[in-house]
Ligand binder design. Structure first.
Ligand code: UGA
Length: 355
C-alpha cells in the first residue's frame, strides 16, 4: 500500500524527472502532497525552479548504472518515465532505443521485484502497432498487436516497449502498473530543433517550430493518420487517481498488475486537421490573418524520417478501465490543450533564437 498524501516521511522516486511528463508530475507532487521526491535524469532544465526545493533531491544519472537502479528500488514508489521516445531516432538509433526502452526498464523492474517497491512504468500507445485507418478502440487486455516487419525499423521502439511490458508482467513478486500514454501535449513537450535539441521532435513541437519560423507545416504521407491528443494535466490527474487508489487499503490491490490506456478519445483528429487547428491558433495568438501563413506541404514518410519509417494510422484508446478502476476520465478539450501548448511554445522560444 502507498503512503497517504500528507505523510511527510515518504520519498518517492521519479526516473525521467527532468522530462516533459516528469516535470509536470514533480510540480504536482510538491503542490498536492507532502512527499519528498528523489528525481533522476540526465537533464534538469525543465525543473530549474525546483532545484533547491527542500523536499527534492536530484541525481544526474541514468538506468544504465546498476548502482542507480539499486538505489531507486529502495523507495516505496518508483515512477519510470525515462525513454528515448522521439520517432526520428527509432530508425537511425534502433539499438540505443531498444536499450533505453527494454534493457534499462527490465533492470529496474528486477530490482523492484527484489525490494518490494511499486513500479509505475510508462509504456506507450505505440505498442498497439501498425493500426489501420479503420481500427476501432484499442482495449488494454484484448486488442491484438500487429507490429511492422523488422525492415521497418520504426517499430524498434514499440517492440522494446512491448517486451518490457511482457517482462514486467511476467516477473514474479513485482508490484507493477503500466501506463500507455496517448500523445500527451503541453508546456515543455519535446524541443525546438537547432535550439535545445536536434532531429525531428513529435508533431506538436514540429508544427509549433514551423509556425514560429514561418515555414510550411509538413504533412507526412498527407497527414491522414489520426491521434487523440491528451493534455499533460489530464495525465498528471490520472497518476493522482492511481496514487489515491494505491493509498487505499481496500482498493490498492486492484491497480496492481494492470496496464492502463491514458488518453482522450474525444480529442481525436487527423494530422491534416491538426495542422489546420494549429495554424488558426497561431494566427489568433499572433493577431495575424491565417491566410498570411504558408500552406502545409505533403512529404513522404521515408523522405522526411528516413528509410524504415512506418506509421500507426489510428490510435483511439478505450478508457473504460481507468474509469471503472480509478474513476478517471480525461477532461481537457483539444482546443484548450493545443492553445496552451502552442502559446507556451511561442512564449518560450520566440526570443530571436528561433531563426
Ligand atoms: C510518438 C511516439 O513514438 C510514441 O511513443 C508516443 O507514445 C507518442 O508519440 C505520444 O506522444 O504519445 P506518434 O504518435 O507517431 O508517436 O508521434 P508523432 O511523431 O507526433 O507523429 C504523429 C503523426 O504526425 C504521425 O503520423 C507522423 O507521421 C505525423 N507527423 C509528424 C507529420 O505529419 N508531420 C510532422 O512534422 C511530424
Amino acid at each position: 500500500m502507498l503512503p497517504q498524501f500528507d505523510d511527510t516521511s515518504v520519498t518517492v522516486a521519479i526516473v525521467g524527472c527532468g522530462g516533459f511528463i516528469g516535470s509536470h508530475l514533480l510540480d504536482a507532487i510538491l503542490e498536492r502532497t507532502r512527499w519528498r521526491v528523489f528525481g533522476v535524469d540526465l537533464d534538469f532544465y525543465r525543473v530549474q525552479h525546483r532545484l533547491n526545493h527542500e523536499r527534492c533531491e536530484f541525481l544526474c544519472a541514468d538506468l544504465a548504472d546498476p548502482a542507480v537502479v539499486e538505489r531507486l528500488a529502495k523507495f516505496p514508489l518508483v515512477v519510470n518515465l525515462a525513454a528515448i521516445c522521439t520517432p526520428s531516432r527509432y530508425m537511425a538509433e534502433s539499438c540505443e532505443v531498444i536499450r533505453s526502452n527494454y534493457d534499462h526498464p527490465a533492470a529496474l523492474a528486477t530490482a523492484c521485484a527484489r525490494s518490494g517497491a511499486w513500479l509505475v512504468h510508462f509504456s506507450t500507445s505505440e505498442i498497439y502497432g501498425r493500426t489501420a485507418p479503420d481500427s476501432g478502440e484499442l482495449v488494454e487486455d484484448s486488442t491484438p498487436v500487429l507490429l511492422g516487419p523488422v525492415t521497418a525499423s520504426r517499430w524498434s521502439y514499440a517492440t522494446a516497449k512491448l517486451l518490457a511490458e511482457r517482462f514486467i508482467a511476467g516477473l514474479s513478486g513485482l508490484k507493477w502498473t503500466v501506463v500507455r500514454p496517448f500523445n500527451f501535449v503541453g508546456p515543455y513537450m519535446d524541443f525546438m530543433p537547432g535550439v535545445d535539441g536536434e532531429g525531428i521532435p513529435r508533431v506538436l513541437a514540429n508544427f509549433s517550430t514551423a509556425l514560429l519560423r514561418g515555414e510550411p507545416l509538413k504533412l507526412v504521407n498527407g497527414g491522414k493518420a489520426k491521434r487523440c491528443f491528451t493534455s499533460v494535466h489530464d495525465a498528471v490527474d490520472f497518476l493522482f487517481a492511481l496514487f489515491a487508489v494505491g493509498a487505499d487499503p481496500k482498493r490498492c490491490g486492484g491497480v496492481l498488475s494492470q496496464a492502463f490506456n491514458v488518453g482522450n478519445p474525444a480529442n481525436e483528429l487527423s494530422i491534416a486537421e491538426l495542422a489546420g487547428k494549429m495554424r488558426s491558433i497561431f494566427a489568433k495568438v499572433r493577431g495575424v490573418d491565417v491566410s498570411t501563413l504558408p500552406e502545409p506541404q505533403v512529404v513522404s514518410g521515408e523522405e522526411y524520417y528516413g528509410v524504415g519509417y512506418d506509421d500507426s494510422m489510428r490510435r483511439l484508446p478505450s478508457v473504460v478501465k481507468a474509469d471503472s478502476l480509478l474513476g478517471f476520465k480525461a477532461r481537457i478539450p483539444l482546443d484548450v490543450a493545443l492553445e496552451e501548448s502552442l502559446s507556451w511554445f511561442v512564449k518560450h522560444y520566440d526570443t530571436g533564437a528561433s531563426s
